[in-house]
Design a protein around this ligand. Structure first.
Ligand SMILES: [Zn+2]
Length: 292
C-alpha cells in the first residue's frame, strides 16, 4: 500500500523504531526495496532525488506496490531544490516531498518551506524539511560543526512551517566521510524532546551500525541511505563479473561464451541482491522488522 510518509513515521515514533529510507536509481533498486520490506514485514520509504527519472520511478513503485500488497511504502522526493520540483514530484504520484532550503537563513527557510507545505498538504502529501545543514563527507572535517541544528530554533521552525518531519544535522554527512563520524547524541536527545514531529537522519551511509542504532534510540524515526546501497549494488555486480571470468577487452567488449542478455540480466540481478541484503540489514538494525 502506498501511503503518505507521516503515517509511517508517526507510528515509528510511537513504537520507537526508525524506517529505512532507501535512495533508488533504477528498476532493480526499486524492486530490491519491495523485496527487503516484504521479506521482513517492514515499512519502507523509497526516496528519489530529481537527478533520477522521477516519472519512471513513480511508475515502478506503482507497479510493485500491487505485486507486494502487504508492503507499506512511501515514495519520497529527496532534497527537492525548489517549489517546482516538489510540485512535479507530487504530480508524478510521490506521497512525500523533502524540500531542502537548509542553506538559507532561518526566516527565508521558513518562508519557502511554508509555501510547499501549504500546497502539499492540500493534496495529502507530507513534507520533510531540514534545519541546520548536513554537509558533504569529503569536507566533513571542516563543515561538521558549522551546520549543526540549533535547539533554540527547532521548535519555532516546526511550529511555523508545519512540516511533518524534520531533518536534523547532528554530526552525520552525505557520501563518504573524510574522517570518523562524530555524532552529537546529547544534541539529538535535546532535539527529540523539543520537537514533536518525527526526526530524520540524513547521511546514514558509512556512519556505522552502533552509531545509527544509538541515533534511533535517541529519537530518529527515518534514516536515509544512499551511498552504502549503491555501493553494495556495484560491488555485487563487479564480483559477479570477476567470478564469471569475463574478459573485457580494450574496447570494453565483453567476450562471453553464452547468451549476453542472460549474462547482463544475471549481473544486474546480483546488484539487486547486494542492495537488498544490505538494506535488509539496516531495516533490522533500526527495529523495522515486523512493523508493517
Ligand atoms: Zn540527504
Amino acid at each position: 500500500m502506498l501511503v503518505s510518509m507521516d503515517k509511517l513515521l508517526n507510528k515509528a515514533k510511537k513504537e520507537k523504531y526508525a524506517v529505512a529510507s532507501a535512495n533508488v536509481f533504477s528498476d532493480r533498486s526499486v524492486k530490491a526495496c519491495f523485496e527487503a520490506a516484504n521479506n521482513l514485514n517492514a515499512p519502507i520509504i523509497i526516496s528519489a532525488t530529481s537527478y533520477v527519472p522521477m516519472e519512471e520511478i513513480a511508475l515502478l513503485v506503482n507497479y510493485y506496490k500491487d505485486k507486494y500488497e502487504n508492503v507499506s511504502v512511501s515514495l519520497n522526493l529527496d532534497h527537492g531544490s525548489d517549489f517546482d520540483v516538489a510540485m512535479r514530484a507530487i504530480r508524478c504520484g510521490f506521497t512525500s516531498v523533502m524540500i531542502d532550503k537548509s542553506t538559507l537563513e532561518f526566516e527565508e527557510n521558513v518562508r519557502y518551506v511554508k509555501e510547499v507545505v501549504k500546497a502539499a498538504h492540500a493534496v495529502g502529501v507530507s513534507v520533510e524539511a531540514e534545519l541546520g545543514h548536513v554537509g558533504k563527507g569529503f569536507e566533513y572535517d571542516e563543515t561538521r560543526d558549522s551546520g549543526l541544528t540549533r535547539t533554540d530554533e527547532a521548535f519555532d521552525y516546526v511550529k511555523k512551517t508545519e512540516v511533518d518531519a524534520l531533518a536534523v544535522a547532528v554530526g552525520t554527512s552525505h557520501g563518504v566521510y573524510k574522517g570518523v563520524p562524530n555524532l552529537d547524541f546529547d544534541l539529538l536527545n535535546d532535539l527529540s524532546n523539543i520537537v514533536n514531529v518525527p526526526l530524520v537522519l540524513h547521511g546514514g551511509s558509512g556512519t556505522g551500525d552502533d552509531k545509527l542504532k544509538k541515533a534511533v534510540q535517541c529519537g530518529i524515526q527515518k534514516v536515509n541511505l544512499s551511498t552504502d546501497l549503491s555501493g553494495a549494488y556495484i560491488s555485487s555486480c563487479s564480483k559477479y563479473i570477476k567470478e564469471a571470468g569475463e574478459i573485457i577487452d580494450k574496447d570494453f567488449n565483453v567476450t562471453y561464451k553464452g547468451n549476453r542478455t542472460v549474462f547482463t540480466n544475471t549481473c544486474l540481478d546480483m546488484g539487486l541482491n547486494g542492495y537488498r541484503d544490505l538494506l535488509s540489514h539496516y531495516i533490522e538494525l533500526f527495529g523495522g522488522k515486523g512493523k508493517a
